[in-house]
Design a protein around this ligand. Sequence first.
Ligand SMILES: OC[C@H]1O[C@H](O[C@H]2O[C@H](CO)[C@@H](O)[C@H](O)[C@H]2O)[C@H](O)[C@@H](O)[C@@H]1O
Length: 612
Amino acid sequence: MAGHIEDYALIGDLETAALVGRDGTIDWLCLPRLDSQAVFAALLGAENNGSWSIGPAESSGLSPTADRRTYRGESLLLESEWDTPTGTLRVTDFMPPREGGAPRVIRVVEAVRGTVTVASTLRLRFNYGKVVPWVHRTDDGRVRAVAGPHAVWLDTEAETHSEKLTTHSRVTLAEGERVAFTLSWQPSYVGPPGCLDTDQVFQIQEDTEKFWADWASHCTYNGPYRDAVIRSLITLKALTNPLTGGIVAAATTSLPEELGGVRNWDYRYVWLRDAAITMSCLLRAGYRDEARAWRDWLLRAVAGDPENLQIMYGIAGEREIPETTLPWLVGYENSTPVRIGNDAANQRQLDVYGEVIEALLLAAHLGLERDETSNTLLFKLVQFVEAHWHEPDKGIWEVRGPDRHFVHSKVMAWVAVDCAIKLIEGGHADGPVDHWRILRDTIHQDVCENGYDPDRNTFTQSYGSQELDAALLLIPQIGFLPADDERVIGTIEAIQRELSTPDGFLHRYPTEGDSAGNDGLDGHEGAFLVCAFWLVDDLAMINRADEARNLFERLLALRNDLGLLAEEWDPHQQRQVGNYPQAYSHIGIVDAALSLENPSQRHPLALRSAKR
Ligand SMILES: OC[C@H]1O[C@H](O[C@H]2O[C@H](CO)[C@@H](O)[C@H](O)[C@H]2O)[C@H](O)[C@@H](O)[C@@H]1O
């Protein structure tokens, strides 16, 4: 049975990732890409849907949970340790960046004290836990598992045999001895991946550690929350594909927003919104290469008519990601359906234009060189916004109910035009700036007239509605109104009053009582973590720094022992819920840490004078 979501550690090679439980079991791994089929899907089903455990052999009669675990320094190499009556076992799990080679999961077992016997139990199940591969030993002693287009290879010096659809290995190590297990993927129709000898594995381990340490050393934030910020940046980097530049929203599909519920979605895709704010976050922390790669990804993905722009794409910019369910998986803690693909790709969400142009503005201000294609794109995007900003849409939260005039979407339409104007004013682009200034004012006036409730002194979720929406917390951050505007302060206070969970975090919008089903879905959900980070930013901006810091530190306390966060927090069960680890939540950590240092430096937006 899968552990709690926060029991999992992330390892990855930038192109895919695995989740390793506290007991040393890998319950989730998609190959060859993050959005490919899983070969270990026990996370969403049972052991028999694929998993790989390594730990002290059962004969030592111990609880399987590791006594300690940590990432090695500022890296994505995970060390788990078990104390046994005869000695201490350390397992180091990592995935080396591929650099054109095969994807590999490497697990190095080592007796750091005394003598330990180690057992490995490998159950490969292709196609998200459905297909049992044919497993056999090749003439040169390698274990090969094959089914259809996929082949997975296990190399180890440990004694290995297969029995009842499972591959077992066992080795006894004296103090200081170490042995590696390497799992590699290759299409089944090409030759085997290279077999690494022990020295090569240890060299790759060292290189991988250096890779991460070097990457982390470029972070420009040196404030009091550096550890949390670095771990979040490493997590965001792990979600950023180095070949395509695509940045996914999370490493998983169908971890539920409500335990046992139906709000289970596939996040292994590139949302323009999530990726744009990830890029901004990486840029603000000093990382330009990823920003440049994402801009190039964007230009390729959205090439063509902006009428055909999607709000999300596959990792390489694929357009077809149809949503379907996997009925053979019982779901995480019986949360069904398990979905792959995401039909939200076909929704109209008018906020994404603002997020994209805002990211382009930040990139330009931070010195990313001008690109003529992005100038053409900019023009087309603003033209599209001009033609459609007054229409209803599905909004930032991708509701599955009817379209509405979401206030946040209109505010972001204003951001799209405003940032385009700033790009022209800064000499980074060309366009009909006077015409766009009129458009910007028209949108602003419309929102202030129709999206604000003067009786309650708050902006509302959509035109004419009484409901609130935590996305409205972005109003001062993106410069739509200044932070000290009484309508902004009224909105912040209304959200605190009406959307807070008992422990002071925030729902993104109400889903209970009269509001049940308004988003087109059954059930409820937890506190949406990025919203509470937005509240931290707002509180810092309105000079409530102590309250902001206090909330930030309570949010940091929700992270697991390794610093990782899912999308949401279940305040009743006190557990992380939703896909994991999620970019939004980790962006929240980095942005809030930066805001607490300097509240006026949020987004490109310090560059903008807010309009009243
Ligand atoms: O909860 C309903 C929706 O959940 C997903 O969307 C959420 O995740 C996206 C990726 O992080 C984010 O961009 C969006 O703002 C969130 O609401 C899911 O993809 C939707 O299909 C679903 O309706």
